[in-house]
Design a protein around this ligand. Sequence first.
Ligand SMILES: NC(=O)C1=CN([C@@H]2O[C@H](COP(=O)(O)OP(=O)(O)OC[C@H]3O[C@@H](n4cnc5c(N)ncnc54)[C@H](O)[C@@H]3O)[C@@H](O)[C@H]2O)C=CC1
Ligand SMILES: O=C(O)[C@@H]1CCC=N1
Length: 272
Amino acid sequence: MSHPNIVLVGCGNMGGAMLSGWLRQGIAAERITVIDPSLPALPDGVRRVAEPEAAMDVPAALILAVKPQKLAEVAGAISALAAPQTLLLSVLASAEIATLRRVFPRAGAIVRAVPNLPAAIGHGITALAGEGLSPSHVSLAETLCAPLGPVEWLAREALCDAATSVSGCGPAFLFRFADAVARAGEAQGLPRAQALRLIAETMAGAGAMLRAADADPAEMAARVASPGGVTLAGLRVLDEQDALTRLIADTLAAAAARSAEMAAETRDAVQG
Ligand SMILES: NC(=O)C1=CN([C@@H]2O[C@H](COP(=O)(O)OP(=O)(O)OC[C@H]3O[C@@H](n4cnc5c(N)ncnc54)[C@H](O)[C@@H]3O)[C@@H](O)[C@H]2O)C=CC1
Ligand SMILES: O=C(O)[C@@H]1CCC=N1
């Protein structure tokens, strides 16, 4: 199979996870160039430059993985790399396709991706959005994101804020939950490290069951809770006045609102 040539702009947490995934998937290192002024250490064969060079070939895929605040700064330097034969794939939270189109007017197609941190170990999930894409652009976007874990296409770009709040930020919310459980377990006498091992495996196991089963999470909880038993006593606390549901709704609403706000900031920075 011939591999696309790829230019990755920004090789931190997310760009680094994507790069590892492509190499694991068998994409030849020689086909990949990383542009990052911090010049991170890279696997053998991957080309590394601090800034774009005049003689650089136009890539089949240009991946943007810098912080959203850097978009205006990087765009000037790399916009020539996004040509009509190029798929621009951006993982920037809150950079709208219209904003990206404004700074990359010649790009053949633009896809907005919402990945998450477990991508670093191949267990992420990536939500994608794009309009008017050709089958080959859809296929290339999926090839680029598949090494990170499953890929989901969103029905419309406007759902990116919601996807960011659910799965983009989701690992942070679950890490907080694990921390709270470990603290509570510790208060009941368990060593913290052991409490963390217990909750980490419990989250992984419950997640695997949720993914595999055709059941609703409420039914899954009911399978754990024996009538008059221990789980029910705990669930009553979570369910009292919908405490957990309301806390999570407020948490995700705050994240989605910030995502929309950042989209406006990024739009303004680019227009500025
Ligand atoms: N970390 C996460 O869980 C998620 C991150 N994202 C998005 O991924 C993007 C990257 O986030 P992280 O990887 O966490 O950030 P990071 O800070 O780990 O990586 C950013 C990289 O960009 C590089 N960089 C800075 N200026 C540059 C320039 N002018 N040209 C090229 N490279 C430059 C930095 O040296 C760094 O290596 C962000 O836009 C974020 O919204 C999206 C979903 C989840
Ligand atoms: O916190 C952020 O802005 C990014 C987007 C989702 C996860 N990290």
